[in-house]
Design a protein around this ligand. Structure first.
Ligand SMILES: Nc1nc2c(ncn2[C@@H]2O[C@H](COP(=O)(O)OP(=O)(O)OP(=O)(O)O)[C@@H](O)[C@H]2O)c(=O)[nH]1
Length: 307
């Protein structure tokens, strides 16, 4: 919806020196609620129905002209809508028939109220604002329910949804996919030495580095405490090793001090598995086995599952 749809159009103009009576005559003739007062093409002011009514009421009161009847000035055949008419339908009606007031009747055809176009537009704008607020809240809730609060990467729930989807599409299009299970080395010692709070900070930094160094087509998820799963759609084992090695090296290059580790900085071990016809659960088991091998063969390395 744009302002142009809501605005009251100014269809007539007068100059400041014109007679008020001429302005009123123009408004009546053009059936417009206001006229623009302009001079040499520049807007100087505006005369609205309300201004006219105020002047007439002042004149009527001061001159005590009391013999004019309502019938002489009223607009005829007012349009009625049912109390149950939706705001949208009422607005459509008001716009299509260029009505600024609608009378409201109940099911017994009794008059129960009157609604102005401004009332309806205000209500409509309020609804739109509420709707966009709800959409924002929904989006945030969606993010929260799919995102890990600490690491700001996908959570396990999001991971399973994506793995199901990737597995199905790999089977269908015969395109392999790979997973890399990453686990921080000696993280218990890190927590014990630096404290849990700094352990959390380290996990945040780790997630940031992983996000920066992985390919845009890949997705990272928090698999468990200090374990991260990298999902690599349409990737074979060789490419998965290259991608995983890049992430491992980036974590090491971050050089986050870990005095209790033989590497003296925070490092990760990675187990990689790739397939095009295995279930993601089988693939994770293979990656887990490869990770176990990486841990047992010295840590801070990438090991790929032989299968
Ligand atoms: N600070 C912090 N620590 C966590 C979090 N999740 C898991 N951990 C810790 O991570 C540590 C994991 O320890 P282990 O599974 O023994 O593994 P490790 O010490 O990293 O040793 P290796 O994996 O064999 O190199 C535990 O001490 C957990 O408490 C977390 O969210 N924040």
């Amino acid at each position: 919806m744009i302002i142009g749809e809501l605005m009251t159009e100014i269809v007539a103009g007068v100059s400041p020196a014109d007679r008020l009576a001429d302005a009123v005559a123009i408004m009546c003739e053009k059936k417009c609620s206001c006229v623009l007062v302009s001079e040499s093409g520049f807007p100087k002011g505006i005369i609205t129905e309300r201004d006219i009514v105020r002047i007439f009421s002042d004149t009527l009161v001061s001159q005590k002209i009391s013999n004019a009847t309502v019938a002489q000035v009223m607009s005829k055949d007012p349009v009625c809508v049912q109390q149950t008419t939706s705001l949208y339908d009422a607005l459509v009606l008001a716009r299509s028939r260029k009505l600024r007031h609608l009378l409201v009747i109940n099911e017994h055809e009794q008059l129960v109220g009157l609604v102005t176009q401004t009332d309806m537009v205000d209500a409509y704008v309020h609804l739109i604002e509420r709707q966009s607020q709800l959409e924002t809240e929904n989006h945030e809730l969606h993010l929260l329910s799919n995102e890990d609060a600490l690491m700001k990467i996908g959570n396990r729930r999001a991971m399973e949804v994506e793995l199901n989807f990737t597995e199905a599409s790999a089977r269908r299009y015969k395109k392999g996919y790979a997973v890399a299970l990453m686990d921080v080395d000696f993280f218990k010692k890190y927590n014990d030495y630096y404290g849990h709070q700094r352990g959390d900070n380290a996990l945040r930094a780790l997630a940031d580095v992983i996000k920066e160094s992985m390919r845009v087509s890949d997705r990272a998820y928090r698999y468990g405490g200090e374990e991260i799963l990298l999902l690599m759609p349409e990737t074979n084992a060789e490419d998965a090793i290259v991608a995983s090695e890049r992430v491992r090296a980036a974590v090491e290059a971050m050089a986050l001090p870990h005095s209790e580790s033989p590497f003296k900085c925070l490092t990760i071990s990675v187990g990689v598995a790739a397939s095009c016809d295995q279930s993601w659960q089988q693939l994770l088991e293979l990656a887990d086995q490869a990770l176990y091998d990486a841990k047992n063969s010295g840590r801070n390395k990438v090991v790929v599952s032989p299968q």
